[in-house]
Ligand binder design. Structure first.
Ligand code: ADP
Length: 382
Protein backbone atom coordinates (compact mmCIF):
# COMPACT_ATOMS: atom_id res chain seq x y z
CA UNK A 1 0.00 0.00 0.00
CA UNK A 2 2.89 2.33 0.75
CA UNK A 3 4.67 1.80 -2.62
CA UNK A 4 3.14 4.65 -4.67
CA UNK A 5 3.10 7.09 -1.79
CA UNK A 6 6.92 7.07 -1.48
CA UNK A 7 7.14 8.83 -4.83
CA UNK A 8 6.06 12.01 -3.05
CA UNK A 9 8.85 11.95 -0.46
CA UNK A 10 12.23 13.31 -1.43
CA UNK A 11 14.16 12.52 1.73
CA UNK A 12 12.86 9.29 3.17
CA UNK A 13 15.30 9.43 6.09
CA UNK A 14 13.49 12.53 7.38
CA UNK A 15 10.25 10.61 7.74
CA UNK A 16 11.87 7.51 9.09
CA UNK A 17 12.92 9.73 11.97
CA UNK A 18 9.57 9.55 13.76
CA UNK A 19 10.52 12.28 16.25
CA UNK A 20 11.18 14.79 13.45
CA UNK A 21 7.87 14.00 11.87
CA UNK A 22 5.93 14.19 15.14
CA UNK A 23 7.39 17.59 16.03
CA UNK A 24 6.53 19.00 12.62
CA UNK A 25 2.94 17.79 12.88
CA UNK A 26 2.65 19.07 16.44
CA UNK A 27 3.68 22.56 15.50
CA UNK A 28 2.00 23.18 12.11
CA UNK A 29 -0.55 25.95 11.99
CA UNK A 30 -3.52 23.74 11.01
CA UNK A 31 -5.27 21.48 13.46
CA UNK A 32 -4.14 17.88 12.91
CA UNK A 33 -5.51 14.95 14.84
CA UNK A 34 -5.41 11.23 14.30
CA UNK A 35 -7.67 8.48 15.46
CA UNK A 36 -7.58 4.71 15.62
CA UNK A 37 -10.17 2.57 13.83
CA UNK A 38 -12.77 3.25 16.52
CA UNK A 39 -12.15 6.96 16.08
CA UNK A 40 -10.44 7.25 19.46
CA UNK A 41 -8.07 10.22 19.35
CA UNK A 42 -4.41 9.16 19.40
CA UNK A 43 -2.75 12.40 18.28
CA UNK A 44 -3.80 16.03 18.88
CA UNK A 45 -1.50 18.89 17.90
CA UNK A 46 -1.15 22.37 19.39
CA UNK A 47 -3.26 24.04 16.68
CA UNK A 48 -6.13 21.70 17.68
CA UNK A 49 -5.73 23.01 21.24
CA UNK A 50 -5.70 26.62 20.05
CA UNK A 51 -8.70 26.30 17.74
CA UNK A 52 -10.94 24.14 19.94
CA UNK A 53 -9.76 25.04 23.46
CA UNK A 54 -9.35 21.33 24.36
CA UNK A 55 -5.90 20.30 25.56
CA UNK A 56 -4.39 17.04 24.34
CA UNK A 57 -4.66 15.59 27.86
CA UNK A 58 -8.42 16.12 27.82
CA UNK A 59 -9.08 14.42 24.49
CA UNK A 60 -6.50 11.69 24.00
CA UNK A 61 -8.15 8.28 24.30
CA UNK A 62 -11.67 9.68 23.81
CA UNK A 63 -13.68 9.21 20.64
CA UNK A 64 -13.81 12.37 18.53
CA UNK A 65 -17.57 11.91 18.23
CA UNK A 66 -17.80 11.68 22.03
CA UNK A 67 -19.10 15.19 22.60
CA UNK A 68 -15.77 16.79 21.73
CA UNK A 69 -15.81 18.44 18.31
CA UNK A 70 -19.47 17.76 17.74
CA UNK A 71 -19.32 18.55 14.03
CA UNK A 72 -22.51 19.84 12.45
CA UNK A 73 -22.88 20.94 8.86
CA UNK A 74 -23.45 24.58 7.94
CA UNK A 75 -27.21 24.05 8.06
CA UNK A 76 -27.02 22.52 11.55
CA UNK A 77 -27.35 18.81 10.65
CA UNK A 78 -25.30 16.62 13.08
CA UNK A 79 -22.46 14.74 11.40
CA UNK A 80 -20.72 12.92 14.25
CA UNK A 81 -21.63 9.32 14.85
CA UNK A 82 -23.40 9.01 11.55
CA UNK A 83 -22.40 7.83 8.11
CA UNK A 84 -22.21 11.53 7.13
CA UNK A 85 -19.00 12.02 9.18
CA UNK A 86 -16.25 12.80 6.61
CA UNK A 87 -13.60 10.96 8.65
CA UNK A 88 -15.80 7.88 8.99
CA UNK A 89 -16.55 7.91 5.25
CA UNK A 90 -12.88 8.19 4.38
CA UNK A 91 -11.94 5.32 6.68
CA UNK A 92 -14.76 3.18 5.34
CA UNK A 93 -13.78 3.75 1.73
CA UNK A 94 -10.03 3.69 2.39
CA UNK A 95 -9.49 6.86 0.35
CA UNK A 96 -8.93 10.52 1.26
CA UNK A 97 -11.98 12.82 1.22
CA UNK A 98 -12.53 14.15 -2.29
CA UNK A 99 -12.57 17.81 -1.28
CA UNK A 100 -12.46 19.76 1.98
CA UNK A 101 -15.77 19.96 3.83
CA UNK A 102 -16.86 23.11 5.64
CA UNK A 103 -18.44 22.27 9.00
CA UNK A 104 -19.09 23.86 12.38
CA UNK A 105 -17.13 22.39 15.29
CA UNK A 106 -17.80 22.98 18.96
CA UNK A 107 -15.21 24.67 21.16
CA UNK A 108 -14.63 23.67 24.76
CA UNK A 109 -16.54 26.78 25.91
CA UNK A 110 -19.56 25.73 23.84
CA UNK A 111 -19.08 28.36 21.12
CA UNK A 112 -18.95 27.30 17.49
CA UNK A 113 -16.06 27.66 15.06
CA UNK A 114 -16.35 27.15 11.30
CA UNK A 115 -13.63 24.83 10.07
CA UNK A 116 -12.55 23.52 6.71
CA UNK A 117 -11.84 19.84 7.14
CA UNK A 118 -9.71 17.46 5.06
CA UNK A 119 -9.61 13.79 5.92
CA UNK A 120 -7.65 10.70 4.97
CA UNK A 121 -7.32 7.13 6.22
CA UNK A 122 -4.21 5.88 8.00
CA UNK A 123 -2.83 2.61 6.71
CA UNK A 124 -1.02 -0.19 8.54
CA UNK A 125 1.93 -2.15 7.26
CA UNK A 126 -0.24 -4.44 5.14
CA UNK A 127 -2.28 -1.69 3.65
CA UNK A 128 -5.23 -2.14 6.01
CA UNK A 129 -7.01 0.93 7.40
CA UNK A 130 -5.89 1.39 11.01
CA UNK A 131 -7.34 4.83 11.65
CA UNK A 132 -7.83 8.27 10.19
CA UNK A 133 -6.35 11.73 10.13
CA UNK A 134 -8.25 15.00 10.05
CA UNK A 135 -6.66 18.34 9.19
CA UNK A 136 -8.72 21.44 9.85
CA UNK A 137 -8.36 25.20 9.76
CA UNK A 138 -10.42 27.96 11.27
CA UNK A 139 -12.35 29.73 8.48
CA UNK A 140 -14.88 31.46 10.75
CA UNK A 141 -13.86 34.95 9.67
CA UNK A 142 -13.99 34.11 5.97
CA UNK A 143 -17.37 32.45 6.46
CA UNK A 144 -18.83 35.37 8.41
CA UNK A 145 -17.60 37.77 5.74
CA UNK A 146 -19.33 35.70 3.03
CA UNK A 147 -22.53 35.66 5.12
CA UNK A 148 -22.34 39.43 5.55
CA UNK A 149 -21.80 39.88 1.81
CA UNK A 150 -24.77 37.62 1.15
CA UNK A 151 -27.03 39.53 3.56
CA UNK A 152 -25.93 42.84 2.04
CA UNK A 153 -26.50 41.64 -1.52
CA UNK A 154 -29.90 40.18 -0.59
CA UNK A 155 -30.98 43.44 0.99
CA UNK A 156 -29.77 45.54 -1.96
CA UNK A 157 -31.25 43.31 -4.63
CA UNK A 158 -34.61 43.15 -2.85
CA UNK A 159 -34.68 46.92 -2.50
CA UNK A 160 -33.92 47.26 -6.23
CA UNK A 161 -36.33 44.56 -7.34
CA UNK A 162 -39.40 46.00 -5.66
CA UNK A 163 -39.42 49.44 -7.33
CA UNK A 164 -38.48 47.77 -10.62
CA UNK A 165 -41.55 45.52 -10.43
CA UNK A 166 -43.73 48.55 -9.69
CA UNK A 167 -42.21 50.50 -12.62
CA UNK A 168 -42.85 47.57 -14.96
CA UNK A 169 -46.43 47.36 -13.67
CA UNK A 170 -47.03 50.99 -14.69
CA UNK A 171 -45.41 50.47 -18.09
CA UNK A 172 -47.63 47.45 -18.67
CA UNK A 173 -50.68 49.50 -17.75
CA UNK A 174 -49.79 52.21 -20.27
CA UNK A 175 -48.99 49.56 -22.91
CA UNK A 176 -52.37 47.90 -22.39
CA UNK A 177 -54.05 51.11 -23.54
CA UNK A 178 -56.09 51.44 -20.32
CA UNK A 179 -54.67 54.93 -19.71
CA UNK A 180 -55.37 56.18 -23.22
CA UNK A 181 -54.22 55.44 -26.72
CA UNK A 182 -50.46 55.30 -27.47
CA UNK A 183 -48.79 55.59 -30.85
CA UNK A 184 -46.46 53.00 -32.44
CA UNK A 185 -43.25 54.79 -31.45
CA UNK A 186 -44.37 55.10 -27.84
CA UNK A 187 -45.26 51.39 -27.85
CA UNK A 188 -41.77 50.49 -29.14
CA UNK A 189 -40.04 52.62 -26.50
CA UNK A 190 -42.16 51.23 -23.68
CA UNK A 191 -41.61 47.66 -24.90
CA UNK A 192 -37.83 48.27 -24.89
CA UNK A 193 -38.11 49.66 -21.35
CA UNK A 194 -39.97 46.49 -20.29
CA UNK A 195 -37.29 44.26 -21.86
CA UNK A 196 -34.48 46.18 -20.15
CA UNK A 197 -36.40 45.80 -16.87
CA UNK A 198 -36.54 42.03 -17.42
CA UNK A 199 -32.79 41.98 -18.09
CA UNK A 200 -32.14 43.88 -14.88
CA UNK A 201 -34.36 41.46 -12.96
CA UNK A 202 -32.34 38.52 -14.30
CA UNK A 203 -29.07 40.18 -13.24
CA UNK A 204 -30.46 40.85 -9.77
CA UNK A 205 -31.66 37.24 -9.55
CA UNK A 206 -28.20 35.94 -10.54
CA UNK A 207 -26.49 38.19 -7.98
CA UNK A 208 -28.84 36.98 -5.29
CA UNK A 209 -28.23 33.32 -6.16
CA UNK A 210 -24.50 33.81 -6.22
CA UNK A 211 -24.43 35.44 -2.79
CA UNK A 212 -26.69 32.72 -1.46
CA UNK A 213 -24.58 29.87 -2.80
CA UNK A 214 -21.44 31.41 -1.38
CA UNK A 215 -22.71 31.85 2.12
CA UNK A 216 -24.43 28.52 2.56
CA UNK A 217 -23.78 24.92 1.84
CA UNK A 218 -27.33 25.09 0.57
CA UNK A 219 -28.78 21.62 0.44
CA UNK A 220 -30.93 20.99 -2.59
CA UNK A 221 -34.00 18.85 -2.55
CA UNK A 222 -33.09 15.47 -3.92
CA UNK A 223 -35.68 13.69 -6.03
CA UNK A 224 -35.53 11.75 -9.28
CA UNK A 225 -35.77 14.16 -12.19
CA UNK A 226 -36.72 12.99 -15.69
CA UNK A 227 -34.11 14.48 -18.01
CA UNK A 228 -36.23 14.30 -21.15
CA UNK A 229 -38.98 16.37 -19.50
CA UNK A 230 -36.55 18.82 -17.92
CA UNK A 231 -34.46 19.42 -21.03
CA UNK A 232 -37.54 19.32 -23.25
CA UNK A 233 -39.07 22.18 -21.30
CA UNK A 234 -35.85 24.20 -21.49
CA UNK A 235 -35.73 23.65 -25.27
CA UNK A 236 -39.36 24.71 -25.68
CA UNK A 237 -38.88 27.87 -23.60
CA UNK A 238 -35.77 28.92 -25.53
CA UNK A 239 -37.04 27.77 -28.94
CA UNK A 240 -38.36 31.24 -29.89
CA UNK A 241 -34.97 32.86 -29.06
CA UNK A 242 -33.24 30.40 -31.40
CA UNK A 243 -35.91 30.83 -34.09
CA UNK A 244 -35.45 34.63 -34.00
CA UNK A 245 -31.80 34.09 -35.05
CA UNK A 246 -32.62 31.28 -37.49
CA UNK A 247 -30.67 28.84 -35.35
CA UNK A 248 -31.64 25.22 -35.75
CA UNK A 249 -32.37 23.47 -32.47
CA UNK A 250 -31.40 19.78 -32.16
CA UNK A 251 -32.80 17.58 -29.38
CA UNK A 252 -31.63 14.05 -28.72
CA UNK A 253 -32.62 13.06 -25.19
CA UNK A 254 -33.95 9.53 -24.62
CA UNK A 255 -36.83 9.00 -22.22
CA UNK A 256 -36.34 7.39 -18.83
CA UNK A 257 -33.02 8.85 -17.80
CA UNK A 258 -33.56 9.99 -14.22
CA UNK A 259 -30.97 12.01 -12.33
CA UNK A 260 -31.15 12.76 -8.63
CA UNK A 261 -31.53 16.38 -7.68
CA UNK A 262 -33.44 19.61 -7.37
CA UNK A 263 -35.57 20.03 -10.47
CA UNK A 264 -35.76 23.83 -10.36
CA UNK A 265 -32.03 24.33 -9.85
CA UNK A 266 -31.14 21.84 -12.59
CA UNK A 267 -33.60 23.55 -14.90
CA UNK A 268 -31.95 26.90 -14.09
CA UNK A 269 -28.52 25.43 -14.95
CA UNK A 270 -29.58 23.98 -18.31
CA UNK A 271 -31.58 27.05 -19.32
CA UNK A 272 -28.43 29.06 -18.66
CA UNK A 273 -26.25 26.79 -20.81
CA UNK A 274 -28.80 26.75 -23.60
CA UNK A 275 -29.38 30.47 -23.48
CA UNK A 276 -25.59 31.08 -23.67
CA UNK A 277 -25.33 28.71 -26.63
CA UNK A 278 -27.98 30.75 -28.47
CA UNK A 279 -26.54 34.10 -27.33
CA UNK A 280 -23.05 33.31 -28.59
CA UNK A 281 -24.11 31.70 -31.90
CA UNK A 282 -24.72 33.83 -34.97
CA UNK A 283 -25.80 31.06 -37.32
CA UNK A 284 -26.00 27.29 -37.50
CA UNK A 285 -27.27 25.10 -34.71
CA UNK A 286 -27.59 24.50 -31.00
CA UNK A 287 -28.17 20.95 -29.84
CA UNK A 288 -28.90 19.08 -26.64
CA UNK A 289 -27.87 15.49 -26.22
CA UNK A 290 -28.21 13.14 -23.24
CA UNK A 291 -27.06 9.59 -22.62
CA UNK A 292 -25.44 7.29 -20.07
CA UNK A 293 -21.73 7.02 -19.31
CA UNK A 294 -20.13 5.01 -16.49
CA UNK A 295 -23.41 4.79 -14.55
CA UNK A 296 -23.89 8.52 -14.75
CA UNK A 297 -26.05 10.73 -16.92
CA UNK A 298 -24.13 12.70 -19.51
CA UNK A 299 -25.69 15.80 -21.01
CA UNK A 300 -24.08 17.99 -23.63
CA UNK A 301 -25.09 21.37 -24.98
CA UNK A 302 -23.33 22.02 -28.27
CA UNK A 303 -23.35 25.07 -30.52
CA UNK A 304 -21.79 26.24 -33.77
CA UNK A 305 -21.06 29.67 -32.32
CA UNK A 306 -18.07 31.95 -31.80
CA UNK A 307 -16.12 29.43 -29.68
CA UNK A 308 -14.01 30.06 -26.58
CA UNK A 309 -10.20 30.43 -26.63
CA UNK A 310 -8.06 28.11 -24.49
CA UNK A 311 -7.20 31.00 -22.11
CA UNK A 312 -10.84 31.95 -21.70
CA UNK A 313 -11.87 28.33 -21.17
CA UNK A 314 -9.70 28.30 -18.04
CA UNK A 315 -11.65 31.19 -16.53
CA UNK A 316 -15.24 31.28 -17.83
CA UNK A 317 -16.55 29.51 -14.71
CA UNK A 318 -15.06 32.23 -12.47
CA UNK A 319 -17.37 34.87 -11.03
CA UNK A 320 -17.81 37.90 -13.30
CA UNK A 321 -15.43 36.60 -15.97
CA UNK A 322 -16.40 37.39 -19.56
CA UNK A 323 -14.31 36.56 -22.62
CA UNK A 324 -12.71 39.58 -24.27
CA UNK A 325 -14.24 39.34 -27.75
CA UNK A 326 -16.50 41.71 -29.69
CA UNK A 327 -19.54 39.43 -29.68
CA UNK A 328 -19.41 39.02 -25.90
CA UNK A 329 -19.13 42.80 -25.46
CA UNK A 330 -22.03 43.36 -27.84
CA UNK A 331 -24.50 40.86 -26.35
CA UNK A 332 -23.93 42.04 -22.79
CA UNK A 333 -24.05 39.98 -19.60
CA UNK A 334 -22.58 39.76 -16.14
CA UNK A 335 -20.26 36.75 -16.20
CA UNK A 336 -22.15 35.19 -13.29
CA UNK A 337 -24.22 32.61 -15.20
CA UNK A 338 -21.61 29.90 -15.69
CA UNK A 339 -20.36 30.27 -12.13
CA UNK A 340 -23.90 29.53 -10.92
CA UNK A 341 -24.24 26.61 -13.34
CA UNK A 342 -21.00 25.05 -12.08
CA UNK A 343 -22.02 25.53 -8.43
CA UNK A 344 -25.40 23.89 -9.04
CA UNK A 345 -23.91 20.94 -10.92
CA UNK A 346 -21.14 20.37 -8.37
CA UNK A 347 -23.57 20.54 -5.45
CA UNK A 348 -25.43 17.72 -7.14
CA UNK A 349 -22.24 15.66 -7.11
CA UNK A 350 -21.79 16.26 -10.84
CA UNK A 351 -19.19 17.79 -13.06
CA UNK A 352 -19.07 20.27 -15.96
CA UNK A 353 -16.40 20.69 -18.63
CA UNK A 354 -16.11 22.73 -21.80
CA UNK A 355 -14.47 22.03 -25.12
CA UNK A 356 -14.33 24.50 -27.96
CA UNK A 357 -12.78 25.60 -31.23
CA UNK A 358 -12.60 29.33 -31.91
CA UNK A 359 -14.96 30.26 -34.69
CA UNK A 360 -16.39 26.73 -34.87
CA UNK A 361 -18.39 26.31 -31.68
CA UNK A 362 -18.42 24.99 -28.13
CA UNK A 363 -19.67 22.00 -26.22
CA UNK A 364 -20.47 22.05 -22.53
CA UNK A 365 -20.61 18.55 -21.03
CA UNK A 366 -22.30 17.83 -17.73
CA UNK A 367 -22.34 14.57 -15.78
CA UNK A 368 -24.84 13.94 -13.00
CA UNK A 369 -25.47 10.99 -10.67
CA UNK A 370 -28.37 8.80 -11.71
CA UNK A 371 -31.36 8.12 -9.47
CA UNK A 372 -31.59 4.47 -8.43
CA UNK A 373 -34.55 2.33 -9.58
CA UNK A 374 -35.88 2.32 -5.98
CA UNK A 375 -35.80 6.10 -5.79
CA UNK A 376 -37.59 6.35 -9.14
CA UNK A 377 -40.20 3.83 -8.01
CA UNK A 378 -40.76 5.61 -4.65
CA UNK A 379 -41.28 8.92 -6.41
CA UNK A 380 -43.88 7.42 -8.72
CA UNK A 381 -41.75 7.94 -11.83
CA UNK A 382 -41.30 11.69 -11.41
P1 ADP B 1 -22.49 36.12 -19.44
O1 ADP B 1 -23.04 35.32 -20.58
O2 ADP B 1 -23.53 36.83 -18.65
O3 ADP B 1 -21.36 37.00 -19.85
P2 ADP B 1 -21.61 33.56 -18.31
O4 ADP B 1 -21.03 33.31 -16.97
O5 ADP B 1 -22.84 32.83 -18.68
O6 ADP B 1 -21.83 35.13 -18.39
O7 ADP B 1 -20.49 33.23 -19.37
C1 ADP B 1 -19.17 33.71 -19.17
C2 ADP B 1 -18.49 33.98 -20.51
O8 ADP B 1 -18.25 32.76 -21.18
C3 ADP B 1 -19.34 34.80 -21.46
O9 ADP B 1 -19.16 36.17 -21.23
C4 ADP B 1 -18.81 34.36 -22.81
O10 ADP B 1 -17.67 35.11 -23.13
C5 ADP B 1 -18.37 32.92 -22.58
N1 ADP B 1 -19.37 31.93 -23.05
C6 ADP B 1 -20.29 31.29 -22.32
N2 ADP B 1 -20.99 30.41 -23.05
C7 ADP B 1 -20.50 30.51 -24.32
C8 ADP B 1 -20.79 29.85 -25.57
N3 ADP B 1 -21.73 28.90 -25.65
N4 ADP B 1 -20.05 30.21 -26.64
C9 ADP B 1 -19.09 31.14 -26.56
N5 ADP B 1 -18.76 31.81 -25.43
C10 ADP B 1 -19.45 31.49 -24.30
Amino acid sequence: MSGGRELYILEDSFLSNAENFKHTLLSVNDGVYMTDRERKIIFWNSACERITGYSAVEVLGRRCSDNILNHIDINGKPLCDSSLCPLFQSMQKGVPGEKPAVVRARRRDGSRVVVEVSVAPLFGENGEVIGGVEVFRDVTEKHELAEMKSRFLSAVTHELKNPLTIMQGFIELVLSGDTGEINQLQREFLTSAMEEGDRLKKILGDLLDMAHFEATEMSFSSRPVDLSLLLGQAAVVLGPEAAKKNIEMGFNVPENIFVLGDRDRLYQAFVNLLSNAIKYTEKGFVSIFAGLLDKKALISVRDSGIGISADDRERIFDQFYRAGNDVTRKVGGTGIGLHIVKTIIERHGGDITVDSLLGKGSVFTVTLPLASPDQIFDSGGQ
